[in-house]
Ligand binder design. Structure first.
Ligand SMILES: [Fe+2]
Length: 308
């Protein structure tokens, strides 16, 4: 499979209540490298194994949550192509000029029926201390904290997740990899979408309020690193949601916790490889326990109700 069009999740901009506390969390505990701080108070980070300038942006605000998730596309012409297809579906777009976000080219912005804001962009400056490419060592500096390799995906909560998923599938060529469906009503409870051969690049979860962040997720190299993340969480008395455990859906090995502002984070490893000819994996709502937490076989109250 040649990955074209939308390549991958590129960045997430999160709102935090106290930028200083958040920097300690994302830099020292999760292990991201801080790139710089813009004059408008945003702080920029990237993981040690990411080439681009930044993948996480923190913005100090009065409420926690997500401002925008960005997807990188393979060519500048893709931006016009996808803008036309979004508009044809009745999804309004706006162009944000190059440079509004430091190091990033022009962006096409749209908002989903679940009130989540997404940007498409084709160009971002390379990081000055990204992964080596000539006779490359495994990393440039010893990974820190939880040793996350990359920003991986977001799970976003809202009301009409089926309508939002339709936009990603029909206008942006995402594939449906897996879904959790109420077998009585047929309502989608959770939808997992991929633009690559990952089990998911974005997920949408049914929730009574729009525009909410369920979690922002970072990839780890191994199940052993999930245990190491658990050690970090306990060593620094951080707020744990659940784990280490495993998902039935995507089969990722995972641990969930909260940043100091109440944004849920995930660090995970594993999961299957997806190819576009794979049948859709479908879970019945009556099997939601195993689907979501394969070892506990039941869903926790906090995981279903807490968003930011
Ligand atoms: Fe996740």
């Amino acid at each position: 499979m040649a990955v074209t069009g939308v390549l991958r999740p590129g960045f997430v901009q999160l709102r935090v209540l106290d930028l200083g506390e958040a920097i300690v969390h994302y830099r020292d505990r999760i292990g991201l490298d801080m790139v710089g701080e813009a004059t408008d108070g945003r702080a920029f980070f990237h993981a040690f194994d990411e080439f681009d300038r930044h993948s996480v942006v923190l913005r100090e605000a009065d409420s926690a949550g997500i401002d925008v998730m960005g997807f990188k596309v393979s060519a500048d012409s893709d931006l016009d192509h996808f803008a036309r297809r979004l508009e044809a579906m009745g999804v309004g777009t706006e162009e944000i000029p190059a440079g509004e976000m430091p190091g990033v080219g022009r962006r096409i912005r749209f908002t989903t029926p679940t009130a989540h804001v997404f940007d498409l962009y084709a160009q971002m400056d390379l990081s000055e201390d990204g992964p080596p490419v000539r006779n490359p060592d495994v990393w440039r500096r010893d990974p820190r904290g939880m040793r996350v390799e990359r920003f991986d995906h977001c799970a976003l909560s809202g009301v009409d997740i089926a309508a939002t998923a339709r936009i990603f599938r029909e206008a942006l060529d995402f594939a449906l990899t897996e879904e959790l469906v109420d077998e009585g009503s047929g309502a989608r409870l959770a939808i997992f979408l991929s633009c690559s051969n990952k089990a998911h690049d974005v997920a949408f979860l049914s929730y009574p309020e729009d525009g909410r962040l369920h979690h922002a997720s970072f990839n780890l190299e191994s199940w052993h690193d999930v245990g190491h993340a658990a050690d970090i969480l306990t060593r620094y008395d951080m707020s744990v949601d659940i784990g280490p455990t495993r998902h039935g859906i995507t089969r990722g090995q995972t641990i969930y916790f909260f940043d100091p502002s109440g944004n849920r984070n995930e660090t995970f490893s594993g999961g299957y490889h997806f190819y576009p000819d794979n049948p859709v994996r479908r879970w019945d709502g009556s099997h939601a326990g195993k689907a979501i937490f394969y070892y506990e076989r039941q869903v926790t109250e906090s995981f279903m109700t807490v968003t930011s």
